[in-house]
Design a protein around this ligand. Structure first.
Ligand code: IMP
Length: 433
């Protein structure tokens, strides 16, 4: 029996889709544990692209149980669209998807408030750069104990009551932010849509926590799929430039309602360089041509919003923080091939701040904005062999890069990805073993 958590070690978009897909071969149950349609995975099945935002990346393996945990915030209309796309490809039969009844629901007014706040923030130079998918407002309502949950979709009267209560709270906020308070007619349409979505989703809903706990008790392999990355964690990330959920490994236990004693392994995923979407400090960011080159080579455009991602050199202080926050025992390195063809590559090994050298990001965001990266320069490498199956198959300088990161992050690699294909992977250690 193995219970493994896979988590992004940076600011999200580390290539979790490919790694989760590979690990799912070994799993019986795959659980998405936080966030909502702010995440995006591009999966390629039989040469056809499938972009998922809510459904776990394990969806490509028929026969596996895919769970949306209670810690998520789910947009029911987006989920129905994804479900239809998956089922058109013969994926996600009825008994392969379980939606936690305790998960919260994103409704049109959450997205409206998210967008209005971002527009206002942009004018005042204070935008977060959210995905505008309503994530923050939905988690706010949850914390205020006014949220709408999946179980409410199945009880139309309670749902209507909650939606009216929410809009009673949010109406003045919407007006204050320059929006127009929704009319009763609009509200009725939203309620009707939510009720209809609930009816269609009803067969997939259930007690997700119990389902996961039972699977663990039966000795099945369970894989928790983190969304976003550790540095976007609400409590420990680069606040306020974070998402509104617990993205670190501990969030998996919280969302599924299982104890930390049940977890066997935590695997972090890091790209061979760094990216960030939205606003917030990013000390190793590359501007101009150097950043453009990485963006183009790595296809660094958001799967959810299409926004160009900010790109930079690998940031070891940030990575060390991710390793610490999630208790990672191993790392998966992705997109090593993207750095191929550079005369040399750099790694940010520390920050300098007020004459001191720091091995992890300072906790105050204004200090992090001022922190100067300290770089080490390493020789570059040419094209990587796509059939590399062992670390010794890599050119010496690529190997030296991998070993340097491993040594300086203090955690061994379990996998190195040298291309987008499943086959372009060096597997060093099986976390389910
Ligand atoms: P929100 O989660 O939409 O509220 O956005 C908050 C911050 O998290 C913004 O900087 C987003 O760009 C970032 N973010 C949210 N989801 C993802 C993701 O899946 N990958 C990378 N960044 C994300």
């Amino acid at each position: 029996m193995s219970v493994v958590i896979v988590v992004g070690a940076q600011w999200g978009d580390e290539g979790k889709g490919k790694v989760v897909d590979l690990f799912t071969e070994r799993a019986d149950v795959v659980v998405r544990y936080g966030g909502g349609a702010n995440a995006g995975h591009t999966l390629v099945i039989d040469g056809k692209k499938l972009v998922t935002h809510l459904v776990p990346s394990g969806v490509c393996h028929p026969g596996k149980s895919c769970v949306l945990g209670d810690g998520m915030v789910i947009d029911p209309l987006t989920l129905l669209e994804e479900l239809a796309q998956c089922q058109a490809r013969g994926l996600l039969a009825h008994d392969e998807l379980l939606i936690g009844l305790g998960a919260h629901v994103i409704l049109p007014y959450h997205k409206l408030v998210d967008g209005l706040r971002e527009d206002r923030g942009a004018k005042q130079g204070r935008a977060i750069g959210t995905t505008r998918r309503g994530i923050g407002p939905a988690y706010e309502m949850k914390a205020a104990r006014r949220g709408v949950r999946v179980r409410d979709l199945l009880r139309p009267e309670r749902l209507a009551d909650k939606i009216h209560q929410n809009l009673d709270d949010l109406g003045p906020v919407i007006e204050h932010l320059g929006g127009t308070r929704p009319t009763e007619r609009e509200v009725q349409t939203w309620i009707a849509e939510a009720v209809a979505a609930g009816e269609r989703l009803r067969p997939y809903t259930g007690d997700a926590g119990r389902h996961v706990a039972n699977a663990i008790a039966r000795g099945q392999h369970v894989l928790f799929e983190g969304a976003q990355g550790c540095l976007l964690d609400l409590d420990h990330g680069t606040y306020p430039y974070v998402t509104s959920s617990s993205t670190i490994a501990a969030g998996a236990c919280q969302s599924a309602g299982i104890g930390p004693t049940q977890i066997d392994a935590v695997v972090g995923i890091t790209k061979a360089y760094a990216t960030r979407v939205g606003e917030g400090p990013f000390p190793s960011e590359l501007h101009g041509e150097a950043g453009d080159r990485l963006r183009k080579a790595g296809g660094e455009f958001g799967a959810t919003t299409g926004r160009p991602r900010r790109c930079g050199w690998l940031d070891l202080p940030a990575l060390r923080m991710g390793v610490r926050l999630s208790g990672m025992q191993s790392l998966a390195l992705t997109k090593l091939d993207v750095l191929a063809g550079m005369p040399d590559v750099q790694v940010c090994v520390a920050y300098k701040l007020d004459g001191r050298e720091l091995d992890e990001p300072p906790t105050d965001p204004d200090d992090l904005m001022r922190a100067e990266p300290v770089y080490t320069r390493l020789p570059g490498w040419g094209t990587l062999p796509s059939d590399a199956h062992d670390i010794t198959d890599l050119p010496a300088s690529a190997r030296a890069y991998v070993e340097t990161i491993e040594r300086m992050a203090g955690v061994p690699f379990c996998l190195v990805s040298v291309g987008p294909d499943r086959s372009e992977t060096i597997r060093l250690h099986d976390p389910f073993a």
